[in-house]
Design a protein around this ligand. Structure first.
Ligand code: ATP
Ligand code: MG
Length: 352
């Protein structure tokens, strides 16, 4: 199998964790006799510094000529108050490739159960997947502007029926591959967009008689995620609710640093990135946890290249490393052996 991958290291700890991902790719090449080639391109703050544009044309071209994209992280205090922001690069690339389906598995690693601020009995046995709509809603609403000389402001929430239908279908398809329980999260008691969302979920649900559907309001869902995360299998929701709930859900696992994500379009072309941000506070110190990034490589193998067993091997290796007591500094641990980014990467590779 021959595949070309564009690596977008970005800012903060991005370059360190993408270097870890590259190392894992190289090892997979060797072990399985694949030909994965890659090239690095700029996105985010570093791209602004070099070209003034958070998503340069050259980066888009390289991605267009690739089979998948691996991204580290963008942003940082350096660009926080500028009119052109690193995050615009991320929004643009999602829109450009129509990456409307954001899949975020929330997996509990046995070894990290005590890292979670939640009680062990609440965390144990939780395993859920958040399916977040990624190219619509408030993030892309027009108009979005200050008005009346700054005396008022407007953001708009727009969805088309097609946009809702396609993400809801991904929610049902995902549920079919798991425990066949879909929770649709909305705010139907307040928002018209949520009422339409609910109607569409019920319509499409008729095509999936095996899937149990629950409608839960976002405020109740936020509470339930903490009090009873086991009650969820697959959550499908719109862009902003999905953003907030997935950061919340990451707390269940004990660390932001271990969670991967996939952002896919209709053809399963995808951008894969850890769910955490650029962590400027630890950038360049070799402390970053590479696990979320490495598991994102696993998701790429699974979703874009159909290499399910290779993806499973990566997950197994991560699980074993953690079970054997190896951690990075972000994983609260009393007795674990704390490894640097590259030591953790090499350890995972040695278990592959
Ligand atoms: P963004 O706005 O880009 O989502 P954020 O404000 O949510 O960013 P992060 O950059 O994700 O913040 O960082 C939040 C905290 O978690 C920071 O203290 C950071 O150091 C830590 N952190 C995030 N990712 C990792 C990682 N991979 N390894 C170790 N610590 C991490
Ligand atoms: Mg965040």
């Amino acid at each position: 199998m021959k595949k070309h991958i564009t690596l977008l290291p970005g800012d903060g700890i991005g370059p360190e964790i993408v270097a870890a991902a590259k190392k894992v790719l190289d090892v997979i090449n060797e072990r399985y006799d694949y030909e994965f080639t890659s090239e690095e391109q700029d996105i985010g703050g570093i791209a602004i510094d070099k070209t003034g544009n958070p998503l340069p044309e050259e980066t888009i071209k390289a991605c267009e000529n690739s089979d998948a994209i691996l991204l580290g992280a963008v942003g940082g205090p350096k660009w926080a108050n500028q009119s052109v922001r690193p995050e615009q690069g991320l929004l643009k690339i999602r829109k450009h490739f129509n990456l409307f389906a954001n899949l975020r598995p929330v997996t509990i690693f046995d070894a990290l159960e005590s890292s979670s601020p939640l009680k062990k009995e609440i965390v144990q046995g939780s395993d859920l997947m958040i399916v977040r709509e990624l190219t619509g809603g408030l993030y892309f609403g027009q108009p979005s502007e200050r008005r009346d000389n700054g005396k008022s402001v407007i953001d708009s929430l727009t969805y088309t029926r097609d946009e809702i239908e396609r993400i809801v279908k991904i929610g049902f398809d995902t549920a079919m591959l798991r425990d066949k329980h879909l929770t649709s999260v909305d705010k139907a008691n307040v928002l018209e967009s949520s009422r339409m969302w609910r109607e569409i979920v019920d319509e499409i649900g008729k095509e999936y008689p095996e899937v149990t559907v629950s409608h839960v309001l976002v405020d109740a869902a936020a509470m339930k995620l903490i009090t009873n995360p086991k009650s969820f299998d697959v959550i499908v929701t719109e862009n902003l609710f999905g953003d907030i709930l997935s950061d919340e859900a990451s707390v269940i696992t004990g660390s932001l640093g271990v969670l991967p994500s996939a952002s896919l379009n209709q053809d399963n072309f995808g951008l894969y990135e850890p769910i955490h941000g650029s962590a400027p506070d630890i950038a360049g110190l070799g402390k970053a946890n590479p696990i979320g990034m490495i598991l994102s490589v696993g998701m790429m193998l699974k979703y874009s290249f159909n290499l399910e067993s290779e993806a499973a091997k990566i997950e197994e290796a991560v699980n074993k490393v953690l079970n054997d007591g190896y951690v990075t500094a972000d994983l609260m641990s009393d007795d674990g052996q704390v490894l640097s980014t590259m030591e953790m990467t090499d350890k995972i590779i040695s278990y592959l």
